[in-house]
Design a protein around this ligand. Structure first.
Ligand code: NAD
Length: 427
């Protein structure tokens, strides 16, 4: 098939590269010219394992990028909207990018004679595809959904750090379509995938994505809650989790206690669902509790350090990990931001290390005389007696980093136990 991908972030570009690898012709669109030029040189604009190799393999024959939405819609049969859907004010989702693209697609379809399928891949709150995307495309194209063009919602479940693998081998594919024709085109596109394919209406597909992310986020906050109690009682929450996971009703996934969830999805998606619930006068108690616990969990690292060593003013503290998880340079809503900001506010000198995310951290924090950034953790810990573990990169699984140090661990890194003093955030 000829596929257009609109928005070349983690989801869009991975989707495009994988479809190209599956033999389709892909044209990627982005408003970021620099990003487009990079993609056309076969370079990945962000770090994701295996992505650059796929781009090198398929650019320019099967995958190219452009800033022209018009060219992309003209040269494709199916287009995927995969622009960002950030948090807006008061927990509400900000749909401005999705709406802008919908208007743009509408204008392009005005002059296109052939049938075209528009697929929403961005995570959007229930109702968006049918009540926002569809009417905008109808309005700006002057055409009729279901007759002149199709509409579907196809949520993405990939995880940064293993995005290509997750896209190629998903647990399931969810297709929320307004009609059979739209659903059939997507079923054809995914026909070589062996996982279950569920076809439903768009708002159910939208809700499946939110419910999934909210469930996983809640599971993390749940085990952190248990961990915080366990620590007070002298019980190892990892032993508790192991015992829980032996129950066939509970999987061991997302049951690792620590400093909580971050990233571009969980925090904003749970908030967006809380925001959507507000519209229908419902206050989701469980979701709010999951968010509340996650707000303060990273700061426990600092609380525990202060308890041990006293005020942190002018003390040199190493922070191991900037990315919200290993395998990515993404720092959106990363716990490291809260930890570093709080340390700086307390007057500490911070030496932070991350193998991939240092350039991203530079953009976030700018130049700060009390914040030093390193790609090599050994350099970061050199001048520090105190070490906080924030991201579980393999690079941090080195006993040498921790000997003679006072370590507060947010991620359960076993090598850190050789420290002079070792303590887990909730174990
Ligand atoms: P991102 O912020 O990394 O990328 C979005 C891209 O869209 C940017 O390159 C931006 O320049 C581009 N863009 C914005 N407006 C545009 C326009 N008018 N035309 C063309 N391009 C435009 O976003 P992401 O992390 O890939 O997320 C995209 C969507 O997928 C979000 O809704 C997110 O919730 C969802 N999602 C993300 C993940 C993840 O792990 N990142 C996983 C599943 C779902």
């Amino acid at each position: 098939m000829r596929i257009a991908i609109i928005g070349t972030g983690y989801v869009g570009l991975v989707t495009g590269a994988c479809f190209a690898d599956l033999g389709h012709t892909v044209i990627c669109v982005d408003i970021d010219r620099e990003r487009v030029e990079k993609i056309n040189r076969g370079e990945a604009p962000f770090y994701e394992e295996g992505l650059e190799e796929l781009l090198k393999k398929h650019v320019p024959e099967r995958l190219r990028a452009t800033t022209s939405l018009e060219e992309a819609i003209r040269d494709s049969d199916v287009s995927f909207i995969s622009v960002g859907t950030p948090s807006g004010l008061m927990d509400y989702i900000d749909l401005k990018y999705v709406e802008e693209v919908s208007r743009g697609i509408g204008r392009c379809l005005r002059t296109k004679d052939e049938y075209h399928l528009v697929v929403v891949k961005s995570t959007v709150v229930p109702g968006t595809t049918e009540h926002s995307v569809l009417p905008l495309i109808e309005k700006y194209s002057g055409k009729k959904a279901g007759r002149d063009f199709g509409i579907a919602m196809n949520p993405e479940f990939l995880r940064e750090g293993s995005a290509i693998h997750d896209f190629m081998y998903p647990d399931r594919i969810v297709i929320g379509a307004i009609d059979e024709r739209s659903a059939e085109i997507l079923k054809e596109l995914y026909k070589d995938f062996t996982c279950p394919i569920m076809v439903t209406d768009p708002k159910t597909a939208e809700m499946i994505k939110y419910a999934t992310n909210s469930f996983l986020a809640t599971k993390i906050s749940f085990i952190n809650d248990i961990g915080n109690i366990c620590k007070q009682l002298g019980i190892d929450v990892y032993e508790v989790a192991r015992g829980m996971a032996l129950d066939s009703r509970i999987s061991p996934e997302f049951l690792r206690a620590g400093i909580g969830f971050g990233g571009s999805c969980f925090p904003k998606d749970v908030k967006a669902l809380v925001g959507k619930a507000k519209e229908v006068y419902y206050r989701p108690v469980v979701l709010n509790a999951a968010l509340e616990l996650n707000e303060t969990q990273p700061l426990r690292l600092i609380e525990l350090l202060e308890k041990r060593v006293g005020p942190l003013r002018d003390r040199h503290v190493a922070v191991l990990g900037l990315a919200f998880k290993p395998g990515t340079d993404d720092m959106r809503e990363a716990p490291s931001i809260k930890v570093i900001t709080s340390l700086l506010m307390k007057g500490a000198v911070v030496h932070a290390a991350d193998p991939k995310a240092v350039p991203v951290a530079r953009r976030i924090f700018g130049e700060h005389e009390r914040l030093k950034l390193y790609t090599d953790a050994k350099e970061a810990v050199k001048r520090c007696k105190y070490v906080l573990i924030v991201t579980e990169w393999d690079e941090f699984r080195d006993e040498e980093l921790y000997r003679g140090k006072i370590v507060i661990d947010g991620r359960r890194v076993p090598e850190a136990r050789v420290a002079e003093h070792y303590e887990g955030v909730c174990w």
